[in-house]
Design a protein around this ligand. Structure first.
Ligand SMILES: [Zn+2]
Ligand SMILES: [Zn+2]
Length: 348
């Protein structure tokens, strides 16, 4: 089969690899029909994720069709359409039992990281019964690709940890795919204001279409003053960090109001200052989380019933063998006005 293979920083190629086979009785082999590229894949390409070694097939998102199942898989059979979760869950360890699949002792985020991933014609999914989700017949499978990672990530790490409630004011720093996923899922709770903050005018325009009430270009405007203006000098109830650099996390600390929450989603690689000299008396909460994907079944119902329109995040389409071109587009997201790209396997 063909797959997108990582060969060290900045080196990827679309090349021949052996088709995966069942290794454990709990495995399933999936023929990929649609997959996508994540910001995390770009981090890997930069060399930021050293556990990803030469020869690894990348990708942790996608939908496909079950090709083969191990002898103890009971929930799926050959021919079933399935959503692949970015998080693999054994459902038996202490963390899985607490609903913290992200820290599963036998899984967690391993796809396209510690084991071969989904940017391929076929992929092997461990613990298939508890790491795949059945897709009902006639579903918009492209919209469901957004459920492998970004929708549960925006929702669990941003909206749930940020405890967004009806009438609340919310600021989201960063309006890339994850910030936008937080924006659309925050609306499940009808906050009164959602302020999107980003230096890219195109992304801010998209935010307005997806339900933001205010946008701030923090390259041209003073975000702290503008948020004060919009929130009657109070600051926001929830601020969601969806970038992952010190400047944006510090900005969040200046935007949160008394009693508010800072919910971090961003992947941070550098030390950040915590301004306890101003925050110690403000009754605030700071949360961090790796997505657990415990809300995937609920989110799937809201997408299938069209209460959430996740396909709005898709801007580009490519055929899977054209994935190198898709990576180039996604790496130049500003220039290409790219959010999520969909790769379709012509052979599926
Ligand atoms: Zn991802
Ligand atoms: Zn587990």
């Amino acid at each position: 089969m063909k797959a997108l293979v990582y060969h060290g920083p900045q080196k990827i190629s679309w090349e021949e690899k052996p088709k995966p086979t069942i290794q454990q009785t709990t495995d399933a082999i999936i023929r990929i029909s649609k997959t996508t590229i994540c910001g995390t894949d770009l981090h890997i390409l930069k060399g930021d994720v050293p556990e990803v070694t030469d020869g690894r097939i990348l990708g942790h998102e996608g939908v496909g069709i079950v090709e083969e199942t191990g002898s103890s898989v009971t929930r799926f059979k050959k021919g079933d359409h399935v959503l692949i979760s970015c998080i693999t869950s054994c459902a038996k360890c202490d963390y899985c039992k607490r609903g913290m699949y992200s820290h599963c002792e036998n899984g967690g985020w391993i796809l396209g990281h510690l084991i071969d991933g989904t940017q391929a014609e076929y992929t092997r999914i461990p613990f298939a019964d508890t790491s795949l989700y059945p897709i009902p017949e006639g579903s918009d499978e492209e919209a469901l690709v957004m459920l492998s990672d970004i929708l549960p990530t925006g929702f669990e790490c941003g909206v749930l940890n940020g405890q967004v409630k009806p009438g609340d004011t919310v600021a989201i720093v960063g309006s890339g795919p994850i910030g936008l996923a937080a924006l659309i899922t925050a609306q499940l709770y009808t906050p009164s204001k959602i302020i999107m903050i980003d230096p890219d005018d195109n992304r801010l325009a998209v935010s307005m279409k997806l339900g933001a009430t205010h946008t701030i270009n923090n390259k041209k405007e003073n975000a702290i003053e503008k948020v004060k203006e919009i929130t009657w000098k109070k600051g926001v109830d929830t601020v969601i960090e969806a970038v992952g650099i010190p400047e944006t996390f510090e900005l969040c600390q200046s935007l949160v109001g008394p009693g508010g929450r800072i919910a971090n989603i961003g992947v941070h690689g550098k030390t950040v200052d915590l301004h306890l000299e101003t925050l110690w008396s403000q009754n605030i909460t700071i949360t961090t989380r790796l997505v657990d994907t415990v809300t995937t079944p609920m989110l799937m119902k809201t997408v299938l019933s069209k209460k959430l329109n996740s396909s709005q995040l898709i801007t580009h389409h490519f055929e899977l063998p054209d994935i190198i071109h898709a990576y180039d587009t996604f790496q130049h997201a500003d220039r290409e006005k790219a959010l999520k790209v969909i790769l379709t396997n012509p052979a599926a």
